[in-house]
Design a protein around this ligand. Sequence first.
Ligand code: NAD
Length: 498
Amino acid sequence: MTANQVRRCPVFIDGLWRELPDLETSPVYNPSRGEVIAEVPQCSDEIVNEAVEAAAAAFPSWRDTPPVERARLFFRYRQLVEENFDLICQLVSREHGKTLAEARGSAFRGLENIEYACGIPSLLMGDSLENIARGVDCETVQQPLGVCVGITPFNFPAMVPLWMFPLALACGNTFVLKPSEKVPLTAILLIELLEKAGLPKGVLNVVHGGRACVDALLTHPKVRAISFVGSSAVAKYIYETGTRNGKRVQANGGAKNYIVVMPDADVPRTVEALATAAFGCAGERCMAGSTALTVGVAANRVLDSLVQAARAIKVGPTDAAVQPDMGPVITAQHRDRVLSLVTRGETEGAKVICDGRGAHNHDAPNGFFVGATIVDEVTNEMTLAREEVFGPVLNVMRMDDLDQAINLANRSAYGNGAAIFTNSGKAAREFKHRVKAGMVGINVGVPATMAMFPFTGWDDSFYGDLHIQGREGVQFYTQQKVISTRWFGDNVGDVWRK
Ligand code: NAD
């Protein structure tokens, strides 16, 4: 598939790509142009059942494939992903609207997850202790679960699927992937490459659709575990429904991430980091720094430069030869929601000090654009302060001191990320110790974790026990067995002498 083809998205079941012409479809857009570029089928219960059955049938043989051989699949896959990296990034850019630089950055995070999965023989090694009692030894082994499912959001078309299936498969599970119906093309390309790397049939299957398709996966008796990334309301639903149906679930939800700016922060670096955290990927990331909590005179020190930086951000189509600084948001409906939340903030008393509501691009008049927006004097009662906006909108809330900033951040229902910009070790220490968030940045605006660390959201940003990525990811995709061994016999030496 090339980056420019329009297609009906196929499912991938038991090693075969099928187009399913009888199923209803929903449109996939190029948000830079507002054009439909593909159609994605809404899979029925029967199709979902076929995919799960194929994965279940492939499990015994894949489970018994030695970890070093499973790792070799991912060494070959890593090579193919690297060779096709530009194509993957063009597709991310085309169906999602990230700039090519943003697509590269996020796809690279995905690639690192493949590299992590290549280390599976070491990651699966257990513990052992000789002589837990006289003549008795004890060991632990990590065994795969069976059929695992991945349900992914629109905002990272390559990275989030790569958070899931490489590690799940490397651990010896088989898999059914249900990519976001808004961005299925990148997922299809990623699986085409996995097939080229030598994926045995049935080991990974792809289905498409929305709630009905997800429900069929959540309730299927042969599904053992579910990895989900998306909004909090859906994450909670997935967790409750999945666990009620006896499945292990890890469900990452939405976020509202605070960045505290202390009066002693390095101004140019803080401004740059705030602009990147708030407006990078058009604000469509769960680790976006969506609220700046400026302490004391910090607002006076950073806001003018921040407004200048935001005004300089050029919005435009990301499929053009000359790349913009920021692309569109995902759909017209989402753009309208973001704009109405800003207007509502204004009605509730906040001040829009950089207004991106009129963003337009002459070369792409139908693109779903929102310009970089900064809203000052936001208070915690406002809708803007509480709801995840998921667009290029930075709230500014003015705080008297660090204590007030930490207390405010800690009142949020979410708990994904939080950051502080300061030159004071004491302030940083206080912040990292007390703030209620799973990922914390000290002079790092987007403290999203890499493949070897878990992606540790708290509260409404995560439902489950074991997070995605890293050793927790391995634990999630395996079950532990503890084996105690004793051998009977009088004298081993005598047996050998016979
Ligand atoms: P979404 O919740 O609308 O959709 C996510 C997935 O769930 C999609 O595959 C979709 O088809 C499915 N889905 C949607 N509605 C459903 C329903 N009612 N029942 C069952 N399944 C349903 O999320 P989105 O808009 O695609 O993605 C953006 C959200 O994801 C944001 O809230 C963002 O913060 C969050 N996100 C979180 C993380 C994280 O690690 N915490 C990472 C990326 C994105």
